[in-house]
Design a protein around this ligand. Structure first.
Ligand SMILES: *Cc1c(COP(=O)(O)O)cnc(C)c1O
Length: 504
């Protein structure tokens, strides 16, 4: 085949159809045949297979490359659609979105300028408006699709930083430069917030000490009284609070900070409020639980991750702002791309609002989702996993083998295997109980039968389920709990000094 026969164009439609058809068939087979979420392959086992591929020797056909892909990737991939994948914030994806993905990658629009996207830009703008409307923002709102929650948080904090510097200059009537102001800036966010807040602070020229953790209550929600104290302390110490970041759905606990109380404090002090709803944004489509997000409409900026709770493929995320004027802080003009006269002509260039330049048309996936199934159907799927988490909490709470940390507001469960009688009474000790939980997670992953996550709560190792798959039944959860208890108990049997001695 000639090199040009691989180009997608008017003369290669048949090649395109056949290649994609073969690929789709292969994936459909894999999805149907996945008896468990993972094979348990180790990096050491898989690396030689990948290394052995000679990248200087192309195979020539899609079919042969797919056969090879079976060995280097598909056979041992981690399958998020499997009901016993319970680990991270990864959702199974809806078919309309996968169709959108196939279309957007073939057309390959780039959403930086009108002249590289046309209708794509208008579709993205409609979805930004739609999301802003669901949040409860007014007509001055705007936003942009991003690569993920981390980028959305970074952009929101960049806007907050620029607005704060502007206000500092205005209020002090001095011409302090941004580098002179930066050391004074602080960000207040709960101790359970996402680590991208700290990363963003460093990227924005603030030190890691600029992020002040605010204490949480026993349900892992930011304490408004603790926030008030920190705001007062910053004021006393001559620090300027650049933003308060509230989390609507913490990564570990799914807890939602008290948005109305936090919004009151921000309004009283004139501080930028950013709401990180990377996880909780699914509630925007829920008919039963939308009220959990009450107060989000008072934010200055909001992060939403459609690829977490809208059942969208990675990547699909957005940052929304209450006041579109604030996006001017990322507006730069290049003569070759988006010259100032394109603004005068009224051309909609999305690059003026983004920190990226070339940018995927990820919005099409959400568009197809809304056009085929609609927002209510997305909300029903999310409600189902939240319901399941509540039932699973009851299961865990009633089970002596486990201690469960908080009643879930969304769909995560954080718990810990404990030996009969508890770590202290049983003589096992906390450290060994920690080891047993770590071991159970690893052993489960190595078996591939189920995948769960882990985290540390109050210095102790815990296990975590993030439920995002409506196909995960309570029976699946019970099965996984039995597997975990089995691994942990066997570990303790082998490692508890008293027991080993008694057995000897
Ligand atoms: C996942 C998550 C993020 C980061 O989003 P990415 O899409 O992974 O970059 C930020 N904040 C919260 C609360 C999250 O759960």
């Amino acid at each position: 085949m000639s090199s040009r026969s691989h180009l997608l164009n008017d003369r290669t439609a048949e090649h395109y159809r056949r290649s994609l058809h073969d690929g789709v068939e292969r994936v459909a087979e894999k999805l149907a045949g996945a008896g468990q979420p993972f094979t348990g392959v180790t990096p050491a086992e898989l690396a030689p297979t990948v290394s052995a591929v000679d990248l200087e020797q192309p195979l020539g056909t899609a079919r042969e490359a797919l056969d090879e892909l079976e060995r280097v990737y598909l056979r041992d991939a981690v399958y998020f659609h499997h009901p016993r994948y319970l680990a991270h914030l990864n959702c199974p994806v809806v078919i309309p979105a996968v169709l959108g993905e196939a279309v957007l990658t073939a057309i390959n629009s780039s959403l930086d300028t009108w002249d590289q996207s046309a209708g794509g830009t208008l579709i993205e703008r409609r979805l930004v408006e739609w999301t802003a409307h669901r949040i409860g923002f007014g007509r001055a709102a705007d936003g942009i699709f991003t690569s993920g929650g981390s980028q959305s948080n970074l952009q929101a904090l960049l806007l907050a930083r620029e607005e704060t510097c502007r206000l500092v200059r205005k209020n002090s009537e001095t011409s302090l430069s941004t580098p002179q102001i930066l050391p004074k800036l602080r960000i207040l966010t709960s101790e359970c917030s996402h680590f991208s807040i700290e990363k963003s602070a460093v990227l924005l020229g603030l030190g890691p000490e600029a992020v002040i953790p605010v204490a949480c209550d026993e349900r892992r929600r930011m304490r408004a009284d603790a926030l008030a104290e920190q705001l007062a302390r910053c004021e006393r110490e001559g620090h300027t609070v650049m933003a308060v970041v509230a989390t609507a759905g913490t990564t570990d606990f799914g807890s939602i900070d008290p948005l109305p109380d936090i919004a009151d404090l921000c309004a009283a002090t004139g501080v930028w409020l950013h709401v990180d709803a990377a996880y909780g944004c699914g509630l925007l489509t829920s008919r039963r639980r939308r009220a959990l997000l009450t107060g989000i409409e008072r934010a200055d900026s909001v992060t939403v991750d459609y690829h977490k709770s809208f059942f969208q493929p990675v990547s699909s995320s957005a940052v929304l702002v209450r006041d579109k004027d604030t996006l001017r802080h990322v507006t730069y003009h290049a003569d070759y791309l988006n010259p100032t006269h394109s603004v005068e002509k009224g051309l909609p260039n999305q690059v003026d609002k983004s920190i990226q330049t070339t940018r995927r048309f990820d919005a099409l996936k959400l568009w197809m989702t809304l056009r085929v199934m609609g927002a209510d159907a997305v909300g029903e799927l999310f409600d189902e996993v939240v319901d399941r988490a509540a039932d699973a909490w009851e299961l865990l709470d009633a089970d002596d083998r486990f201690e469960v940390v908080v009643t879930p507001e969304l769909s995560t469960l954080v718990f810990r295997y404990v030996p009969a009688g508890g770590p202290d009474v049983s003589g096992t000790g906390q450290a060994l109980t920690d080891q047993a939980n770590l071991h159970a997670r690893d052993a489960l992953f190595a078996s591939g039968e189920a995948i769960v996550a882990g985290t540390v709560v109050d210095g102790r190792h815990h296990l975590k389920f993030t439920l995002l798959n409506p196909e995960t039944s309570l029976a699946d959860i019970a099965t996984v709990l039995d597997l975990i208890a089995g691994h942990a108990a066997r570990y303790l049997d082998a490692h508890t000094p008293a027991l080993s001695a008694a057995q000897a």
